[in-house]
Design a protein around this ligand. Structure first.
Ligand SMILES: CC(C)(COP(=O)(O)OP(=O)(O)OC[C@H]1O[C@@H](n2cnc3c(N)ncnc32)[C@H](O)[C@@H]1OP(=O)(O)O)[C@@H](O)C(=O)NCCC(=O)NCCS
Ligand SMILES: CCCCCCCCCCCC(=O)O
Length: 203
């Protein structure tokens, strides 16, 4: 089955609240303690929002079923998810029938080395993008091996291109490659082995 690529963020509902939460996370990391903001007040207001959401959230089981509705892409993953505030988020487009490309600019919450992307964050972006490329190409699975090479520091605050392509399918073994580039230069490259396995979605 070939999946549809995520169609983007909705301007209202949880997507809008998630966008606001991303702003809060970015602003907190940006501020540190070098701010005149009243952090006791900020803490109280954020906890009030969390209290409200926790008091009205659905049962976990219901939400899990909702998250996995349908057979294609979901809206909750930590890379593209418009319902997930820890997703940067990355937006993908098709390049050809086995290749996808996403763009994203990462800020301070994703920092590893000074002004550079954390290596684990790069791994997250590549693991997920290779997985989505498999879905796009029509044969998907779970990650069995992911080999990364970090060629150059990956910059924060600049547009990054995340590309992935399915290169072969041999029985249950699916091989996929990808890279993160900044300004046309490859910063991180990845090779993945995926095994065709499809854990049942909660229904
Ligand atoms: C990867 C996984 C599905 C393989 O388990 P499995 O379904 O029982 O598959 P098998 O052990 O029968 O392996 C199938 C084939 O893939 C190969 N394979 C499996 N894992 C491999 C790995 N890490 N490296 C290389 N080859 C691997 C096996 O050697 C076998 O090859 P063969 O058919 O030539 O003999 C399983 O270990 C797993 O679920 N791991 C967790 C995956 C995960 O959490 N990924 C991150 C989230 S997506
Ligand atoms: C048939 C649906 C295929 C959808 C592909 C989604 C890709 C998800 C990748 C997850 C990678 C991971 O969990 O490590």
């Amino acid at each position: 089955m070939t999946i549809d690529l995520p169609s983007g963020t909705r301007p209202a509902g949880v997507d809008a609240a998630v966008e606001a939460a991303r702003r809060v996370i970015d602003a907190l990391v940006r501020s540190g303690d070098m701010t005149d903001a009243d952090m006791a007040s900020v803490t109280g207001r954020l906890n009030a929002v969390a209290d409200d959401l926790e008091a009205t959230a659905p049962p976990l089981r219901d939400r899990l079923v909702d998250m996995w509705r349908g057979d294609g892409m979901t809206r909750h993953d930590p890379v593209t998810g418009s319902e997930n505030p820890i997703a940067p988020p990355v937006a993908y487009g098709a390049v050809d029938s086995s290749t996808i490309e996403g763009t994203v600019t990462l800020g301070l919450p994703y920092q590893g080395p000074p002004s550079s992307v954390h290596g684990g964050v790069s791994a997250l972006l590549l693991d997920h993008t290779l997985g989505v490329a498999n879905g796009w190409a029509g044969e998907s699975g779970v990650t069995a091996e992911l080999t990364l090479r970090y060629h150059h520091l990956t910059p924060l605050f600049e547009p990054l291109t995340v590309t992935a392509r399915q290169t072969s399918v041999d029985g249950r073994k699916i091989r996929t490659t990808g890279e993160i580039a900044a300004g046309g230069r490859t910063c991180v490259s990845a090779e993945g082995l995926f095994i065709a396995k499809h854990p049942p979605r909660p229904r």
